[in-house]
Design a protein around this ligand. Structure first.
Ligand SMILES: *Cc1c(COP(=O)(O)O)cnc(C)c1O
Length: 471
């Protein structure tokens, strides 16, 4: 493609992008295709000869768009949001054009140093202590794995890294019953063994019970197992519960455990001073992750990972082939030593665009709007006959159940499972099923950039109508 053609096509694509954002509201939120339907409409092999751009765009419209679940749809209330925003998209476009690889400082000093600076802006913005240093990882799953690997090396004095785990005493990791599935996956990948994840019981608010944590640690010690790390959650995926960092941190110090905090979704809300109390005890954490790619208007992927001891992180991952020796090594940050991949995209750019073009006050206003909307929605649920608010709203996340009279609990369970299917098949909104204290519930999270009150009203009206239609 000639550069002048690229210029023209790029302008056309920007038109398409803006039009998409304008029309997304009219589309069903969840893709309404069957498994295999998209693939069946695509050729089995790549074209031998170049094709026309127009043909490509036609297929985007005809094949790709119907196969999209619209995460930027203002009535998207499922999972957690994966926000995009105009500033972040502009930053992504520029990063795609520069296309540098920030594996080492020399790979692009601006990529490394902007990442250092912007992550320190973020650290201050969410109220983490001075001295914690930041790196962008791809996902929270990956940041948690990185943290667990550092914990493993701290516990074994780098023996696990160099000789493997055989011959070492078994090591245990602790997280609440409500912790994200990625923790269990990471515990397995890190070589602890999934069965060495201790699921600590929770209290009535579904937060980890510190005394149960301590009891589990003591039990392991008595059996010759090495307690190694705790993963505390701020904002669980199911209900938004927050583990109490202060008592958990004190236990970690007492028994010499590494403390990692998974604040993937809720961490963004820490830019709001009124939510800072969630950080009480944070001075005891070794590692902390949250995802600007969830609720801070920054396109996926962008996971902000902060560590207390960057040297410990580097010791875990550093490996130095001859072709990566540079004159400035030791005087600069080489982010390849701060995690699993070698190559890295210039992700700090989009974050910089977001922070500068919204300002922290602009971002705070968006999050406060989402939180206020979730409160309003909770009020509608409580006011609606036969509906019951089960948890929350915690920040902008709540769960509820449809409980018409005359049905026993088992029948209500089945009804709520059917209701989720009906809502998501209908397409006006999109929600997530989950289980709270053993019972199926419907989970809603407000948090898409363009969600306004009227979208929530439309979504809620659709839910009530579909529910009434089932009985
Ligand atoms: C979303 C989420 C994750 C996983 O995030 P990824 O960045 O997709 O890996 C982990 N933990 C919690 C609490 C989450 O909400």
């Amino acid at each position: 493609m000639e550069l002048e053609t690229f210029r023209r096509r790029a302008h056309e694509l920007v038109e398409l992008m803006v039009d998409y954002w304008a029309r997304v509201e009219a589309l069903p939120v969840r893709a309404q295709v069957r498994p295999g339907e998209v693939a069946a409409r695509l050729p089995k092999s790549a074209p031998e000869e170049p094709e026309a751009f127009e043909a490509l765009l036609e297929d985007v419209e005809r094949i790709i768009l119907p196969g999209l679940t619209h995460w930027q749809h203002p009535r998207f209330l499922a999972f957690f949001p994966a926000n995009a925003s105009p500033p972040a998209i502009l930053g992504e476009m520029l990063a795609a054009a520069f296309a540098v690889n920030g594996l080492i400082w020399e790979g692009s000093p601006a990529a490394t140093e902007l990442e250092q600076v912007v992550l320190d802006w973020l650290r201050q913005a969410i109220g983490l202590p001075e001295g914690l240093r930041g790196v962008i990882q791809t996902t929270a799953s990956e940041a948690t794995l990185t943290a667990l690997l550092v914990a493993r090396e701290r516990a074994t004095g780098l023996r696990a890294r160099d000789q493997g785990l055989s011959g070492l005493p078994p090591m245990a990791v602790y997280a609440s019953e409500e912790a994200h599935s990625s923790v269990e996956k990471d515990v397995g990948i890190a070589g602890f063994g999934r069965r060495m994840l201790r699921r600590i019981p929770t209290d009535e608010r579904l937060a980890m019970r510190p005394e149960a944590l301590e009891a589990a640690i003591r039990e392991d010690l008595a059996r010759g197992i090495r307690p190694t790390a705790v993963v505390a959650t701020l904002g669980t995926t199911g209900t938004g519960a927050c583990d109490p960092l202060a008592p958990i941190g004190a236990i970690c110090r007492r028994y010499d455990l590494f403390l990692h905090v998974d604040a993937a979704w809720a961490g963004s809300a820490l830019i709001l001073p009124e939510w800072r109390h969630l950080l009480a005890g944070v001075e005891q954490v070794d590692s902390f992750v949250f995802n600007p790619h969830k609720w801070l208007m920054t396109n996926f992927d962008c996971s902000a990972h902060f560590v207390r001891d960057a040297d410990e992180l580097v010791r875990t991952f550093e490996i130095l082939p001859a072709y990566l020796h540079t004159r400035d090594r030791g005087r600069v940050v080489d982010y390849r030593d701060w995690g699993i991949p070698l190559g890295r995209r210039f992700r700090a750019l989009k974050l910089w665009f977001v922070l500068r073009l919204y300002g922290l006050e602009g971002l705070r206003a968006i999050l406060r709007r989402h939180i206020a909307l979730a409160r309003e929605l909770a009020g509608w649920i409580e006011a609606e006959p036969d509906f019951r608010l089960i948890t929350g709203p915690e920040l902008a996340l709540l769960t509820f159940r449809f409980e018409p009279a005359g049905l026993d609990e088992a029948a209500r369970d089945a009804l709520n499972r059917r209701l989720v299917q009906a809502i998501n098949d209908d397409g006006r909104t999109y929600v997530t099923p989950t289980v709270v204290r053993g019972r199926p519930v419907i989970r809603l999270c407000v948090g898409v950039l363009r969600t306004e009150r009227r979208h929530l009203e439309e979504a809620w009206r659709a839910i009530v109508e579909l529910a009434r239609g089932l009985v």
